[in-house]
Design a protein around this ligand. Structure first.
Ligand SMILES: *[C@@H]1O[C@H](CO)[C@@H](O)[C@H](O)[C@H]1NC(C)=O
Ligand SMILES: *[C@@H]1O[C@H](CO)[C@@H](O)[C@H](O)[C@H]1NC(C)=O
Length: 251
């Protein structure tokens, strides 16, 4: 990742003249207004206000200041006479607005993180009750996502329940979708996730050969077996080493 660029801050003045407890204040507010991704419609508004009432305002579309009060109109005329100031304000469309907007867009608007998908069995089919599968998507961004279920590549719409997208609190989200179904031999059940982080739908097939608790038991059993074999082999080697060179004395 490239070294993060610093945001470029325009100076913001907040001059206060507190005459009473509730006070009077002068404020300056810089706004960068845009809606297109290529920033071509960027407008820079630089407002000067007294007690929240804007009296003079620079608008980059007009390329000059406009005044809204008697004082504001005189002020705008005065500033509009200053070509240096107008050039500086015009340059702020690129230097300040577009520069910062590009950083926001690339780090927030365009950010996508692919979900981690996990398929698990919640309930196995037995007797009359159907099986329940859960498809979980973890740690994705942004929030918008679609989780659906496929039976042999065709979408299943009945007996599907899904949680809302749940915020993890660290910008990432998770979601869980349940499918109730009656297993049939030879079918393929898949979970399909559509998200901005992937141009293709992310399809995960359910492997019904061993439901998860079974798989865990097998994994634990297998590890135990391997560990046992290693200990037995070590014991055998130790025994062999010890016993060679020892003379057996008959009683
Ligand atoms: C800036 O000026 C343009 C052109 O007159 C106008 O359409 C736009 O509304 C102004 N923007 C603001 C925020 O006043
Ligand atoms: C603007 O400049 C002109 C010519 O330099 C001058 O006559 C006029 O008084 C100026 N206006 C203001 C408001 O400073």
């Amino acid at each position: 990742m490239a070294v993060p660029k610093l945001l470029y801050f325009d100076f913001i003045l907040m001059v206060s003249a507190f005459l009473r407890a509730d006070g009077y204040y002068y404020s300056r507010w810089s706004q960068c207004i845009y809606s297109s991704r290529d920033l071509s419609d960027m407008v820079y508004i630089d407002s000067h206000a007294f007690n929240k009432a804007v009296f003079s305002e620079y608008n980059s579309t007009l390329g000059k200041y406009v005044g809204y009060t008697e004082y504001g109109v005189r002020n705008a005329e005065f500033w509009n006479n200053n070509t240096n100031l107008l050039q500086q304000e015009k340059a702020d469309v690129d230097r300040f607005c577009k520069h910062n907007a590009e950083l926001y867009l690339s780090s927030i608007h365009d950010k996508t993180v692919k979900p981690k998908i996990r398929l698990s069995s919640v309930k196995q089919a037995g007797g009359k009750h159907p099986a329940v599968l859960m498809c979980s998507a973890y740690e994705f961004y942004p929030e918008k996502i679609k989780v659906s279920w496929l039976r042999d590549g065709k979408e299943m719409t009945t007996d599907v329940t899904s949680t809302e997208e749940l915020a993890d609190g660290d910008w990432y989200y998770q979601i869980h979708s349940h499918l109730e179904y009656t297993p049939q031999t030879g079918e393929k059940i898949s979970c399909m996730v559509e998200h901005a982080s992937s141009t293709q739908p992310i399809i995960t097939d359910w492997d019904p050969s061993f439901p998860e608790p079974e798989r865990n038991k097998i994994a634990i059993g297998a590890s135990g077996l391997v560990l046992g074999i290693i200990i037995a082999a070590a014991g055998l080697i130790y025994y062999k080493k010890k016993s060679t060179g020892r003379i057996l004395v008959p009683h």
